[in-house]
Design a protein around this ligand. Structure first.
Ligand SMILES: Nc1ncnc2c1ncn2[C@@H]1O[C@H](COP(=O)(O)OP(=O)(O)OP(=O)(O)O)[C@@H](O)[C@H]1O
Ligand SMILES: [Mg+2]
Length: 273
């Protein structure tokens, strides 16, 4: 459904932001993309929506080469909440911001009204309905960009650093939204440095470093690979680090947070009891 074939991208400045990237994302997958600052994660996302076109290689989205499709066409199927919401919000009021995409995609006025009401309520933005998006807090702006996308219900939802600026409740809610969308069959791609947010959702993990994909696998294997994560400057989940520091190597990699918790509790009860 989303396919990168030997993609290299060189910025005008000469920076090679992607190098020989091969990646296939299938319908209904939950994929996380992690890696150091400047690894090329946002550049990769921009290719999916056609904002950037490969210098070499090919990107196919829903069977279409992104060179032959406009960003507007691709956006109907792929909604991206970008890392920096200030680059994405430009309308005079919050409700107009949500209506913008819906109008462009030809939804009828009564559907638009219903979707605006749903999105404002769901993301706790009702009280800002008539306010300029620019006046919202950083966390609220991030939520608004997500509200705008979910309002038009794209097949693929891409979130670039969605937890930045979100408080504990909003983060929990975000995690529920991601799981819900994915269980409804939507494809979700999350770019994040927030490993503690990603790990419990058990996504496929794509690790990037210097414009390349250096690992791609299930969370249960990638998150246990201390050497790989350290090299790619990705923080390993705290519970795994704690267990490793107790000098008790897991018999097998931890499947998830609950697995890790159980092993740590067992190890502690042996020590104290
Ligand atoms: N418009 C641009 N012009 C020139 N170089 C750019 C531009 N945008 C990004 N780059 C460079 O491309 C490389 C990849 O940047 P990118 O934004 O994709 O990284 P990232 O993995 O998303 O990093 P972060 O974790 O900081 O968000 C970096 O070296 C960056 O400096
Ligand atoms: Mg980025």
């Amino acid at each position: 459904m989303i396919e990168f074939e030997k993609v290299t991208f060189v910025h005008q400045s000469g920076v090679k932001a992607l190098q020989d990237v091969n990646l296939r994302i299938r319908k209904g997958e939950m994929v996380s993309i992690v890696g150091e600052n400047g690894a090329g994660k946002t550049t990769l996302v921009k290719h999916i929506i056609g904002l950037l076109k490969p210098t070499e290689g090919r990107v196919n989205v829903f069977g279409k080469d992104t060179r032959d499709a406009s960003t507007a066409q691709l956006s109907r199927m792929v909604g991206v909440a970008f890392q920096n919401p200030d680059h994405q919000l430009f309308c005079e009021t919050v409700e107009e911001e949500i209506a913008f995409g819906l109008k462009n995609f030809g939804f009828s006025p009564d559907v638009i009204e219903k979707r605006i009401n749903w999105a404002l309520g769901f993301f706790g933005l009702e009280k800002y309905r008539k306010n300029p998006p620019i006046t919202l807090s950083g966390g609220e702006k991030k939520r608004l960009t997500l509200a705008c996308i979910l309002a038009w219900d794209p097949e693929v939802i891409i979130l670039d650093e969605p937890t930045v600026g979100q408080d504990a409740i909003q983060k929990e809610k975000l995690s529920e939204i991601v799981r819900m969308l994915n269980s409804m069959g939507k494809t979700v791609v999350i770019v994040s440095h927030d490993i503690e947010f990603l790990w419990p959702m058990q996504p496929r993990v794509v690790v990037m470093s210097s414009g390349k994909i250096v690992a791609d696998g299930e969370a249960s294997s990638v998150m246990n690979d201390s050497y790989l994560l350290e090299k790619a400057r990705v923080t390993q989940p705290q519970l795994i680090r704690l267990y490793n520091s107790m000098k008790r190597k897991p018999q097998r990699p931890f499947r998830d947070v609950f697995d890790a918790e159980r092993h740590i509790m067992e190890a502690l009860s042996v020590r104290t009891g």
